[in-house]
Design a protein around this ligand. Structure first.
Ligand code: NDP
Length: 258
């Protein structure tokens, strides 16, 4: 990816401090790499580091599903970065079940904690600092699957739908202080988590009449993690300085004009 400069010869995000959740692989790792390329200082997190956690980023182990995990992460961000200008909440996902009725209570709770409440908790700890400084950009990662909610994934899509609704409201609340909040909703993207989920779904058997685990987007291929990261980088950059409360669906044309 070409380095984007800001017109004065420095990299576009030089001097910015970014926190990315779930940066040890997949979409999160691509976001971390692109942020580093753009000159930002990056702290990322996962429950455990892997060989694919990008070099050059600071890493702290944390489970974002709990309030304690969010507090530990916000504390680490203050210690390592001194504050956060860019927050990308990317950690998420959930496995499929045979039907809505087969999804156990604790799995519903887990899906809500990871795909919705983790963002709420982290924002509540970090957005006040952005508000005080009257600058900041937040991106939440949802899913294009919200547009076609279906039995095997209702715990996941309902949690992501809540995230989208919450993001719109937060964007309105923070806009007067110059802090922008946007959502990126990936379509089917070739990441370790995405591939494993679709393999599991195929094993369960596609639900008749609904999108299947092996459908292909109109552009003829699955997304790559960098396709999604490109959209995230755009939304946090000044090029999107007049965009807030938006949901950018990056899906290879699967859901046109949504
Ligand atoms: P991956 O499963 O490949 O990566 C997920 C990342 O999040 C890993 O770094 C993982 O590390 C981390 N993570 C998971 N659970 C936690 C936790 N409790 N606390 C901290 N970190 C955690 O996922 P993708 O890259 O595919 O997905 C990224 C985002 O994009 C998710 O929000 C997903 O819902 C969304 N999305 C993905 C699609 C796809 O097709 N890939 C489609 C639509 C949306 P570790 O497990 O070590 O904690």
């Amino acid at each position: 990816m070409p380095t984007i400069e800001n017109g004065s010869g420095t990299r576009e995000l030089a001097g910015k401090r970014a926190l990315v959740t779930g940066g040890s692989r997949g979409i999160g790792a691509a976001v971390v790499r692109q942020l580093l390329d753009a000159g930002a200082e990056v702290l990322t997190t996962a429950r455990s580091a892997t060989a694919t956690t990008p070099e050059g980023a600071s890493f702290v182990e944390a489970d974002v599903r709990t309030r304690a995990g969010a507090e530990a992460l916000a504390g680490a961000a203050k210690e390592v970065l001194g504050g956060v200008d860019i927050l990308v909440h990317n950690a998420g996902g959930a496995g499929p079940y045979e039907s809505a009725a087969a999804i156990p209570d604790e799995v519903w709770q887990d899906a809500l904690d990871l795909n919705f409440l983790a963002s709420v908790r982290l924002d509540s700890l970090l957005a006040p600092g952005m508000r005080e400084r009257r600058s900041g950009a937040i991106v939440h990662i949802s899913s294009a699957a919200v547009l076609t909610p279906m039995g095997p994934f209702l715990h996941y899509t309902a949690a992501k739908a809540a995230l989208e609704n919450y993001s719109r409201g937060l964007a309105s609340e923070l806009a007067p202080s110059g802090v922008r909040v946007n959502v990126v909703s990936p379509g089917r993207t070739a990441t370790p988590g995405g591939i494993a989920t679709r393999e599991e779904w195929a094993r369960l058997g596609a639900v008749p009449g609904e999108v299947s685990a092996d459908d292909t987007a109109p552009l003829g291929r699955d997304g790559e993690a960098d396709d999604i990261a490109n959209a995230v980088l755009f939304l946090i950059s000044e090029r999107a300085g007049w965009l807030t409360g938006r949901n950018l669906i990056v899906d290879g044309g699967e859901f046109p004009m949504n």
